[in-house]
Design a protein around this ligand. Structure first.
Ligand SMILES: [Zn+2]
Length: 365
């Protein structure tokens, strides 16, 4: 039977924890990674009611979108719902894991799921993340270059979007003099050496650095490996906030709102004034995505779907776009379906259950 670690490792391949925002607390919040999993309950929020549901349905791991704990807890007296939920989980050996802004940021994540629900096409990241790509430059004897490259690619270097095993190399002369206690693969102690080497360049995701440098050192023939790593300013098109996509066929504003309401099962849409234009391009971000409005406008989106908009923020639409606030819970509820789908595809030896509890704290009268 798989352990919690097997499941969280898999979820982190899909949505690496390194992609979470600085305020976030995604990851294993309660429980030990070594525990064997009896069943997994998938939820948007991890409230006490959800923990009771997990106990009843024999699941000792809860995978939630929103982390129950954001800030440090200093006391466990059951004074608020966060303390009570954590205490109840620990008492009953229930582990709690959250995949939050990291799952928001990846292809195939929360926002791609909303786009899928709406039947959108050409789905792309709306605001790609910067400074999460690094570049490795290393020097290796020409005959050893193919094997080294193979090992680096295997470790994840040089994988860019739909292009696999990308690298650049150029041949030149490497010079060194082994001294002291050196034990050189090529050359003799205290004698200047020249070797025809390849300068190899590959880019990689910053969070893979430890693994890639380890592989570099073990797959490189030299005792001292010459290399350097630099941070790139480039955007990573594969990772970021929100998505922008197109409708298969443009719709009138009323038809679009009707479609949105029905496909996302909404009771209400709070929106800015209609502009009398056809809707073709759609930007969206599950949860509180107001910070992406400028990106949505600059990408030429006709409509921006998100949640948690405040009164004054609606004015920022400036008749350039229609902001649709569909509710935080409503925008993200299909994340449950998404996580169930990923886990059921990969694991078949325990139950992956979707929570039946509606955790939405917002009611409409
Ligand atoms: Zn959320």
């Amino acid at each position: 039977m798989p352990s919690i670690k097997d499941i969280t490792n898999y979820l982190e391949q899909l949505a690496p924890l390194a992609y979470q925002e600085s305020y976030d607390n995604a990851g294993l919040i309660v429980g030990s990674p070594q525990t064997t999993v009896s069943g997994v309950l998938i939820t948007l929020d991890c409230t006490e009611e959800i923990i009771h549901e997990a106990i009843k349905r024999d699941c000792n791991l809860i995978v939630a979108h929103h982390p129950i704990v954001f800030k440090g807890l200093k006391r466990f007296n059951g004074k608020n719902y966060v303390e009570r939920a954590v205490m109840l989980a620990i008492k009953n050996d229930i582990a709690i894991y959250a995949t939050h802004t990291n799952l928001d940021s990846v292809k195939g994540g929360v926002n791609f799921m909303i786009a899928e629900k709406l039947g959108l096409e050409n789905v792309k990241i709306l605001s790609p993340k910067k400074q999460i790509l690094k570049k490795l430059v290393t020097f290796v004897p020409t005959e050893n270059a193919p094997k080294l490259l193979e090992a680096l690619h295997e470790a994840g270097a040089g994988q860019i979007g739909e292009y696999k095993n990308c690298s650049f190399s150029v041949e030149g002369t490497g010079r060194f003099t082994p001294s002291g206690n050196a034990n050189p693969v090529i050359g003799t102690l205290n004698e200047a050496e020249e070797v025809i080497e390849n300068r190899i360049e590959v880019i990689f995701d910053a969070h893979q650095e430890f693994k890639i440098i380890k592989v570099l050192k073990s797959a490189h023939p030299y005792e001292e490996v010459a290399y350097y790593v630099s941070v790139l300013e480039n955007e990573n098109q594969e990772v970021g906030s929100g998505v922008v996509a197109t409708l298969a066929e443009s719709l009138s504003e009323i038809d679009f709102l009707t479609m949105l309401k029905s496909k996302m099962a909404l009771k209400v849409i709070r929106h800015t004034p209609l502009l009398g234009k056809e809707i073709k391009k759609v930007a969206l971000c599950g949860g509180a995505g107001g910070f992406l409005l400028k990106d949505a406008i600059s990408q030429g989106a006709d409509v921006f779907i998100t949640a948690d908009y405040k009164y004054h923020e609606f004015f920022d639409a400036e008749n350039q776009i229609i902001i649709c606030d569909i509710g935080h819970y409503e925008s993200e509820v299909y994340t449950k379906e998404l996580i169930v789908r990923y886990l059921s595809e990969k694991f078949s030896n325990f139950a992956v259950l979707k929570s039946q509890v509606n955790t939405n704290p917002v009611q409409y009268f």
